[in-house]
Design a protein around this ligand. Structure first.
Ligand code: MIC
Ligand code: SF4
Length: 642
């Protein structure tokens, strides 16, 4: 039986387990990336492991999320990451050099290699045929130390593309179409492999837009074959030697096949507050728009911004709309400047922001009260923009420009002739903002510089056999890590200060949660389907840990968050019968009994002390995960093992 492309790469990197869907496998990791908002914690964890030098082929630390430096906190954290990277063999991409996923694709990604990153959009690398996963910081720290990365062997979904996109219909619309088909949980437990004749019409940046947004499907990762288009891209980046052709076997077997004819797609838009809330742009025509943001790791490539510049050229944005453009990298920005496209963007009245995540993670450019914001980003979760009652819609760069020019949601096909933009034969290569690490001989004399914002890691203790605690919070379906641990300009500077962050835990759902949890001492959280979807931030586990959360009981969990909970020593448990969710209420006193035996059997009993009701729960921990939980988290487990 033939193998899919992802199965081939997995086979080449398998260091443990069997490649049977649903079983745990261990993978050798070739490359890692971190960004600053998750990186400080990841490097503190790496240091705690006591390993001198990274054992990967390439590890890169990016500074891209938290670049405002509105106080000493960010600058201190950046300095810490720069010094720790230099000491331990990690390349350092300076603030302003660009968004980790865009820069990694341009300068470091290699087809056929494995990559994990402490950011959920790491699958962007699948656009050049890498097997790339988002992971918690601790998992990245372990991989930097040469340890394996553990995942559940995914099912394989193939998306077969035929035809060709019509003018003004884009890769972003392909992403929105697959979200419409599968929903934000439709990719859970699966790898999405893109194939078919239609992929030959898609350039690498377009493919990367699609693999980037596969994260919003809950997919383990997404991948495109590596072909002549990949070779052209790598050649233009001056790295043709990194190319190798990669395809699935002709007789590869997929668990599900989805067909999309590109020529039938229309411009699409995701409505507030979920990326799968997708309708046609046409159907919302005339909706008044206050703000347009173009950029993010989804849509900030040179190709995207050349199209934006061509559409804005000689025109002025509507006076009622505030427009921002953030290029994905310094390479993109300097090439826009070289060819004059940047002047066209500026002359239109758009504001240029730094090559960073910026408004995507609420670092500035928050919309006005109840404002309508059209963004070329990948997430429109409630409150993420920094304005709680804002209405954020997700669109392609073309649809964003149409709204910027008209002041309302407008089908971009009404803009006239679509600009024809081709990929450059050669990108401008300047890696001077990537600092190489010290040689092993020099490393000992490099001092790691720590600021006062770096606070202690929350304490964990070995798991008790039974736990009685209050149900301190009950939430519904699709709770995101932006609900659990919000980001934004007021909070993001404190990513290495868990006690401070804890004040904002679950604030989007319930502002009194943090205080209540502190009073209760220990607590349980109950959730619905797809609990913890969205980002990879381990803070969404570490902060609840700090606040005494001992277990989360949900109908189902998102992959990275479930792993982060286990790493933090918090039990992720599911209802055996989903309807039992109704039998629990905030404030109830609950008891979990016989945990050690129950974890082995995969069955745990929960008693609601208030009603006397017994509720069966499930878990399917591997031996490794059980040992991690018993030890009180991955750090404690790793320390005990050494
Ligand atoms: C996001 O898009 O939500 C982030 C910010 O990039 C996160 C990482 C973080 O919270 O630091 C992600 O996607 O993992
Ligand atoms: Fe940055 Fe937004 Fe991409 Fe996250 S989704 S990495 S915040 S640009």
């Amino acid at each position: 039986m033939g193998l899919t492309l992802a199965q081939k790469i997995i086979k080449n990197h398998l260091v443990g387990g069997n490649m049977k869907a649903g079983e745990e496998i261990a993978l050798r990791i070739d490359q890692t990336l971190t960004q600053d908002a998750t990186g400080t914690m990841a490097y503190l964890e790496f240091e705690a492991m006591g390993i001198d030098r990274v054992r990967t082929e390439r590890s890169v630390a990016y500074i891209d999320h938290n670049t405002l430096q509105s106080g000493f906190e960010n600058a201190d954290d950046h300095r810490y990451i720069q010094s720790v990277a230099k000491k331990h063999g990690i390349y350092f991409s300076r603030p302003g050099n660009g968004i980790c996923h865009q820069v990694h694709l341009e300068r470091f990604g290699i087809p056929g290699k494995t990559l994990i990153g402490s950011d959920s959009h790491t699958p962007t690398g699948g656009g050049i045929g890498m097997l790339a996963f988002g992971a918690g910081g601790l998992d990245v720290a372990v991989a930097m130390g040469g340890g394996a990365y553990y995942i559940t062997m995914p099912r394989m979904i193939r998306v077969n593309l035929t035809g060709k996109l019509n003018p003004f219909v884009t890769a972003k619309d392909v992403s929105l179409e697959i979200l419409r088909i599968l929903s934000v949980k439709g990719g859970v437990g699966s790898i999405i492999e893109w194939g078919g004749e239609g992929i030959k019409t898609l350039s690498v940046p377009e493919r990367a837009t699609i693999t980037n947004m596969g994260t919003e499907l809950g997919a383990t990762t997404s991948i495109f074959p590596s072909d002549e288009i990949t070779r052209d891209f790598l050649r233009a980046q001056g790295r043709e030697e990194d190319y190798q052709p990669l395809t699935p076997d002709a007789d590869a077997v997929y668990d599900r096949v989805i067909d999309i004819d590109l020529s039938t797609l229309k411009p699409l838009i995701a409505c507030p507050h979920m990326p799968d809330n997708v309708v046609t742009v046409e159907s919302l025509k005339g909706t008044k728009v206050d703000q347009v943001c173009i950029g993010s790791c989804t849509n900030s490539s040179l190709l995207d911004l050349l199209k934006v510049a061509a559409l804005l050229k000689g025109k002025t944005v509507d006076p009622s709309v505030s427009v921002s453009v953030s290029p994905g990298s310094r390479q993109v920005l300097s090439m826009l400047a070289d060819c004059g496209a940047l002047s066209d963007i500026l002359a239109s009245g758009a504001r240029l922001l730094e090559c960073a995540c910026g408004p995507c993670i609420g670092m500035g450019f928050s919309p006005n009260s109840a404002g309508v914001s059209l963004r070329t980003f990948n997430r429109n979760f409630e409150g993420r923009s920094g304005t709680r009652d804002a209405k954020v819609y997700l669109v392609s760069p073309e649809t964003a420009v149409a709204a910027a020019l008209t002041g309302e949601i407008t089908d971009p096909r009404l803009l006239g002739e679509a600009p024809v933009i081709t990929m450059p034969k050669a990108f401008r290569i300047d890696d001077s903002a990537v600092l190489a690490p010290a040689t092993p001989a020099q490393a000992a004399s490099v001092e790691v510089l720590r600021g006062p914002n770096i606070k202690e890691f929350p304490k964990t203790k070995p798991l008790d056999n039974s736990i009685t605690a209050e149900l301190t919070l009950k939430v519904g379906d699709n709770i995101t890590t932006d609900h659990i641990m919000p980001a934004g300009s007021k909070i993001l500077p404190y990513r290495s200060n868990i006690p401070y962050l804890s004040k904002f835990c679950f604030a989007v759902c319930d502002e009194s949660f943090a205080e209540r949890s502190k009073t209760a001492g220990n607590g349980f959280v109950v959730g619905g389907e797809n609990y913890g979807q969205g980002s990879s931030r381990e803070h969404a586990a570490l902060v609840p840990l700090y606040l005494g959360v001992r277990a989360v009981i949900a109908k189902s969990f998102a992959r990275i968050h479930a792993a982060n909970l286990i790493n933090a020593g918090i039990l992720p448990l599911t209802f055996a019968n989903a309807e039992d969710y109704e039998k629990l209420n905030q404030g109830d006193q609950l008891t979990l009994t016989d945990l050690k035996e129950g974890m082995k059997l995969g069955k745990i009993l929960l008693t609601n002390e208030k009603t006397g009701e017994k509720i069966p729960l499930c878990c399917s921990f591997t031996d490794r995960q059980r040992d991690i939980l018993l030890a009180g988290g991955l750090l404690a487990y790793t320390k005990a093992a050494n």
